[in-house]
Design a protein around this ligand. Structure first.
Ligand code: CS2
Ligand code: MN
Length: 398
């Protein structure tokens, strides 16, 4: 019996310019998707899930991992209709289980999902990647958003760098950066306004990391028993980047964060989506160690790396060549899967925009078809080589 990654690609539903047939031809056997058309907080009905699933399976692909059932902001802040939203979340989990879904991914990032300062950073070969520059971001906070408290949270040196950067920026660059930062929750197709962000930040004024963590634990205490009973494993995605932005608390950034959550709600249904790219944006994280430490709690794997250019900048490098030692990491997961005797779902995380992808503006950033395919192809090859060389005797296939 071979234990290997279930090789998957993210698919954004009928609006994704990549069709299910395209996805199939990349070599993936499953899709990772969500009912993107249902507003955050509302129940996903069995009928809707079935219809969606039927479409996927009739294309010869499997679907049993959802990414994501997003958590309503009211739940994160425990205000407004949060009780109703938690009940809705539970109902959605039960409905998903009834349709054969067994892994549900989510995140607990306040206000914004992933944050970058450039979505089209050009690499040597002309392809483009996503990029984060802390100094640009500080400049945005200080002089565009004019966030209260931004200045006091910075060292003098950091403030000086941000000021200098802003002064040297052309108007067009400022606008471009603003558009990027406000581009909103990836995959949801929304875009924020400055006023919206200010208003949202204001709502978190009294919520520090300890409070937000407590809110997450209270949420987990309610939904994990439901997930466990229904046969669903929850997979919490790390914050991206894995450090605080805009003065907002970020509580899923490192080993210790995940440890606190596991201690509070020990069930293994309270699991992890191990996103190598997000975790690697925090230089303090030892990914290999984390994969081993949480081996039994990892239910879904995102593979990608980041490349640090300086203490302030990183970009999303290619899947095999980045600051993440992908060989060691995949090897660790191959060993984990053999020990647990399971096949973990895996998808390449964000890819680069390549060749013809560049002409097709409909793809979401990080999810061009060729970029997705290249990531998957490289990772499949790496995994196959590792798996066959480690377990050749047992398999009897070599
Ligand atoms: C995802 C995030 O598109 C992505 O890169 O990693 O948008 C999101 O945080 C995850 O889907 C988890 O909810
Ligand atoms: Mn990810």
């Amino acid at each position: 019996m071979r234990f290997h990654f279930e090789q998957s690609l993210r698919w954004f539903g009928p609006h994704d310019p990549a069709t299910l047939q395209d996805i199939r031809q990349t070599g993936a056997s499953a899709v990772i998707t969500a009912l993107h058309h249902i507003p955050v907080g509302e129940v996903w009905s069995v009928d809707e899930i079935q219809r969606y699933k039927q479409n996927i399976t009739s294309s010869g692909l499997a679907w049993h991992v959802v990414e994501s059932v997003n958590v309503h902001e009211d739940i994160k802040r425990r205000t407004g209709n949060y009780r109703q939203y938690i009940e809705n979340y539970k109902t959605t989990l039960r409905n998903l289980a009834a349709c054969g879904i067994d892994v549900v991914t989510y995140n607990f990032m306040p206000v914004l999902d992933w944050v970058r300062t450039d979505l089209g950073y050009t690499l040597e070969d002309g392809s483009t990647a996503m990029y984060f520059d802390q100094i640009d971001f500080w400049a945005f906070e200080l002089f565009v958003l004019q966030r209260e408290g931004a200045k006091t949270s910075l060292t003098e040196e950091a403030y000086r760098m941000a000021e200098e950067r802003f002064r040297s920026m052309q108007e067009a660059d400022k606008q471009r950066m603003l558009d990027v930062i406000l581009s909103g929750i990836p995959g949801e197709g929304k875009s924020f306004t400055i006023d919206y962000v200010k208003d949202q930040l204001d709502k978190y004024r009294h919520i520090d990391a300890a409070t937000l963590r407590q809110h997450l634990i209270l949420f987990l205490e309610e939904i994990i028993p439901v997930a466990e009973e229904a046969g669903i494993r929850m997979a919490l995605h790390p914050d991206d980047p894995s450090f605080s932005v805009l003065g907002l608390p970020r509580i899923v950034t490192c080993e210790n964060d995940y440890r606190l959550l596991a201690e509070a709600v020990p069930s293994l249904a309270n699991g992890i989506c191990f996103c190598a790219g997000s975790l690697s944006s925090n230089p303090g994280n030892d990914l290999l160690e984390m994969s081993r430490h949480f081996a039994d709690r990892i239910h879904f794997v995102h593979l990608r790396g980041t490349q640090r250019l300086s203490p302030y900048q990183f970009y999303e490098a290619s899947h095999l060549d980045s600051s993440v030692d992908m060989y060691q990491l995949v090897r660790s997961f191959v060993e984990i899967m053999h020990r647990r005797e399971i096949c973990l779902p895996m998808r390449p995380d964000h890819g680069h925009h390549l060749f013809g992808d560049l002409d097709n503006k409909q793809f979401l950033y990080g999810y061009s078809l060729l970029g997705r395919m290249k990531g998957l192809a490289e990772l499949r090859g790496l995994e196959t080589g590792i798996e066959r060389s480690l377990y050749k005797d047992e398999s009897g296939e070599q």
